[in-house]
Design a protein around this ligand. Structure first.
Ligand code: NAI
Ligand code: MG
Length: 374
């Protein structure tokens, strides 16, 4: 067993009648160690302003832990995490550990065992960031991907036979269930209903994947009938990938399977100007287990340790966590502060074409959190 995690209490002077949220922190590897403290600083400042408390408990899990112990997580990690209201995750990945070990032994089991069946990924071009798509402005790129996060192509079922011989074979099975498709579709349509354009684009590939994706289309169509005020169109996933580049303004909520959503959201991040901006929530809408919030990006070994990682994705993920916990006003305040920093040319990290450090960007967001800040 590892040493017991350290709990850092962030308290304001008023101890009574204040909502307190217990947050498990897994900063993880590489720039996860740099952007998660930035997020904690902003969450804490927002908590003070909005009259609630967050108690952060840090867990040392990740690649360093693996190199020391042979495991990515404690064996009872899920039981430990069940005691928390939410999980705040940095990034997991290290050149010394194969990526399938880090993903399959930490990120994917947590998503699956904590039944976080929704992966919610907003993809917006914030005013002030130049998209690699010529001539596109913030009005053109405002979409959110609702990605199935518990089954599909990433269910982990399969195996290898005759390893290292000419007869070697590998089988990787996708599992799609009616229940799994129904619940993710319902989440997507309910979300679309709250957005001005009320559009759902369902990513399919039923021309080639005649079993799973035909069922996906059927179940999505059934759920669509429950939401007559939402317009639903299905697109083959390759076509939607192209559409994100050529006609991003036509997309609002993108409903996608686990693999398709993973790929499409990297396109979404890229056209939003930088991987350093996009947040992500692994959500269990039933709230029987803690949900987990993280930046979309990875551990960025190429810039780790330099203090120049863009903290916006982690800060935005922290804001999504507060929204999930019921602190909508704090979420909105953090988002406004992010928009003000990004909209103002002065403070930008190198990925956005500037020279600011992680700390400078975080300080700028914090300064603009003040209600009177412009
Ligand atoms: P990556 O997202 O770590 O980096 C891709 C590129 O984007 C790099 O050039 C990096 O410097 C840049 N970048 C990413 N985040 C940035 C930020 N906040 N500020 C400025 N620049 C940023 O993806 P990559 O290189 O494919 O993977 C590196 C490691 O991270 C691998 O081990 C991979 O498995 C892991 N990974 C982990 C994820 C997670 O924890 N959920 C997600 C994606 C990758
Ligand atoms: Mg990905």
């Amino acid at each position: 067993m590892s040493a017991p995690p350290q709990t850092r209490r962030i308290c304001t002077s008023i101890e009574i009648q204040m909502n307190t949220y217990r947050i498990a922190v897994i900063a993880g590897d590489g720039i996860g160690q740099e952007v998660i403290p930035a997020g904690i600083e902003i969450i804490t400042a927002a908590a003070v302003q909005h009259g609630f408390r967050c108690e952060f408990t840090e867990f040392p899990w990740g690649s360093e832990f693996y190199l020391r112990t042979g495991r990515m997580l404690d064996t009872d990690a899920v039981d430990q995490l069940m005691k928390f209201d939410a999980i705040y995750l940095g990034a997991i990945g290290d050149p010394r550990v194969p990526d399938h070990v880090t993903a399959r032994e930490l990120i994917l089991p947590l998503r699956q065992r904590l039944r976080q069946y929704v992966n919610l990924r907003p993809m917006r071009l914030l005013p002030g960031i130049t998209s690699p798509l010529a001539g596109r402005t913030a009005a053109d790129i405002d979409m959110v991907c609702v990605r199935e996060n518990s089954e599909g192509e990433y269910c982990g079922i399969g195996g290898r036979l005759h390893s290292g011989t000419p007869d070697e074979l590998a089988q990787q099975t996708g599992i799609f269930t009616r229940r799994g498709i129904e619940r993710i579709a319902r989440y997507g349509f309910a979300l679309a209903r709250t957005r001005p354009r009320k559009l759902v684009a369902s990513a399919t590939k039923s021309n080639a994947l005649q079993h799973a994706m035909v069922m996906w289309d059927e179940v999505v169509a059934e759920v669509a009938a429950e939401f007559p005020d939402v317009t639903c169109r299905k697109y083959h996933v390759d076509a939607i990938a192209a559409r994100m580049i050529t006609h991003p303004q036509t997309l609002d909520v993108i409903l996608a399977s686990n693999l398709f959503g993973d790929i499409l959201t990297d396109i979404g991040s890229a056209i939003s100007g930088s991987l350093g901006v996009g947040p992500s929530g692994n959500i269990n809408p039933d709230r029987t287990t803690p949900s987990m919030f993280e930046p979309i990006h990875g551990s960025a070994p190429d810039i780790a340790g330099q203090g120049v990682a863009n903290p916006i994705a982690a800060i935005w993920a922290g804001a999504m966590m507060l929204d999930h916990l019921g602190e909508r006003a704090a979420h909105d305040a953090i988002l406004r502060a992010i928009e003000r920093v990004i909209g103002d040319e002065r403070v930008k990290t190198p990925d956005l074409g500037g020279r600011a450090t992680t700390a400078e960007m975080t300080t700028a967001v914090r300064a603009r959190l003040q209600p009177q800040a412009a």
